[in-house]
Design a protein around this ligand. Structure first.
Ligand SMILES: Cc1cc2nc3c(=O)[nH]c(=O)nc-3n(C[C@H](O)[C@H](O)[C@H](O)COP(=O)(O)O)c2cc1C
Length: 430
């Protein structure tokens, strides 16, 4: 069996606002309804979680302006208030929300996620990101962002500070003895007195212990420093790798790091991004794949804008027909993405890279065919599951939740229910 998640690539944002299947954006923008429908669909489908991406910038690297970001509606609302709205309409689904360690003071994050753990009844997760754009750092009052590896070093300490705060109340500190008039046992509540190189916090929290005590921790940084952070703290890791070989290498590398940290490879569930192309028959899906590829060519600027955002280099300045620029070692942004661009761009022009979608594995066919393809990819790569990265539209939700998921379940590949109360317990079930 493997795990399924959905990655909301533009967080609590807008998806393909001018597309045919995007619903009524004029009415829905910044409303929770679509995301509530999605959460219900994912729970019906037996997904482990939805992961709500986030960032604090209106991207302005591509073309050195935010014109393109506005054209394609790259806006994002704060995901945190959305979490309890999704939880109120579901019972089992894990809900992961993103927090930038660089910008949240540990106390604020520890208190927020403890409260969310209560409001979700033990179903919240935190996606740790260090945030890469300088613009994000500037929004929070810094002149420039911290250097890449230093951000991760800070994030490791940040997480230790947050955990120290979560530990300030022992799990059984709440006495609730109404007769004796004792709410909590003072002997089981402690100061954190955390003194790190970058963070200090006193504690204790003024919030009571929550169902999971530590929310599920998620991490997606793929550089050596990112994987180290995951190996120390994560319960689930997300990765975007092209091809089963690259997926397998990622798995092996992460497993070795986990063992070095005294943990077991099974302690972390590693999910790879995927974009299945589904239709009624294999032939129809293959035809759809041709259309998807053709459409990617007309929307190649989306790809250039995305690469600019991730790398911090303005890809509008490079010639489309020159060899793909090798930016390795020069980016303060997503280093694993820059490595991946260099790998797939070797011997190609920028046009060839930008015009072609890059799936982790090719998943094309009827629901049953794709279910078989996923099974094979999981077996070959050693991954723990897949993370669907399609735009959030009701059409995509239906295809995945009511087409693909039942086909996966018929083959015994995904869960049939949620036996435990909390997100972490269900995630660790297999
Ligand atoms: C599936 C996935 C989800 C991610 N979600 C976010 C996010 O919500 N916010 C963010 O700032 N970065 C996000 N990232 C970026 C990572 O946190 C990280 O910066 C990126 O993978 C590059 O990591 P590296 O510099 O360690 O190679 C995500 C990456 C992946 C692969």
């Amino acid at each position: 069996m493997f795990h399924m998640g959905w990655f909301l690539t533009y967080g609590f944002g807008v998806y393909g606002w001018d597309g045919q299947w995007s619903g009524n954006v004029a009415k829905d923008v910044a409303r929770p309804d679509l995301f509530v429908d999605m959460a219900k669909g994912l729970e019906r489908a037996g997904f482990d979680y939805m992961m709500i991406e986030d960032s604090s910038v209106l991207p302005d690297v591509y073309g050195s302006s935010f014109d393109y970001a506005l054209k394609i509606a790259t806006v994002r609302h704060d995901p945190m208030p959305l979490v309890p709205l999704l939880a109120a309409q579901t019972k089992h689904l894990g809900i992961i929300s993103t927090a930038a360690t660089t910008f949240y003071p540990p106390f604020l994050a520890a208190r927020l996620f403890r409260t969310l753990d209560h409001l979700t009844e033990g179903r919240v997760g935190i996606n740790l990101v260090t945030a890469s754009p300088h613009a994000a750092a500037q929004n929070y009052g810094y002149g420039q962002h911290f250097e890449h590896d230093k951000r991760y070093e800070m994030a490791g300490e940040w997480m230790r500070a947050v955990k120290a705060l979560w530990d300030t109340w022992e799990p059984d500190a709440l006495t609730l003895d109404e007769r004796a008039g004792i709410f909590a046992d003072p002997a089981k509540v402690h100061y954190a007195n955390f003194e790190g190189e970058y963070y200090r916090t006193r504690g204790p929290l003024n919030t009571v212990p929550s169902p999971q005590q530590y929310p599920v921790v998620c991490q997606a940084g793929g550089s050596p420093a990112g994987k180290e952070l995951a190996a120390e703290h994560a319960d689930t890791v997300l990765a975007n790798q092209t091809g089963v070989e690259a997926m397998k290498d990622y798995r092996d590398d992460l497993s070795a790091r986990l063992v070095a940290h005294g943990r077991k490879p099974a302690d972390v569930k590693l999910l790879f991004l995927c974009r299945p192309i589904l239709d009624d028959t294999d032939a129809a899906a293959e035809e759809k794949e041709r259309r998807v590829k053709a459409e990617a060519q007309t929307r190649f600027e989306d790809q250039l804008a995305s690469m600019s955002y991730h790398s911090g280099f303005d890809f509008s300045k490079f010639d489309l027909d020159e060899p793909f620029p090798d930016l390795r070692g020069r980016s303060n942004g997503h280093q694993s993405s820059v490595e991946e661009y260099a790998r797939i761009g070797k011997g190609k022009t920028l046009r060839e890279v930008a015009f072609a979608p890059r799936p982790s594995v090719r998943l094309v066919g009827s629901p049953d065919t794709v279910a078989a393809q996923m099974d094979e990819a999981i077996q070959e790569s050693g991954a723990d599951g897949f993370l669907v990265a399609h735009p959030v539209t009701r059409k995509n939700i239906t295809e995945i939740c009511d087409g693909l998921a039942p086909a996966l379940r018929r083959r015994g590949l995904i869960r049939t229910g949620y036996p435990y109360r909390t997100f972490r317990e269900n995630l660790m079930e297999f």
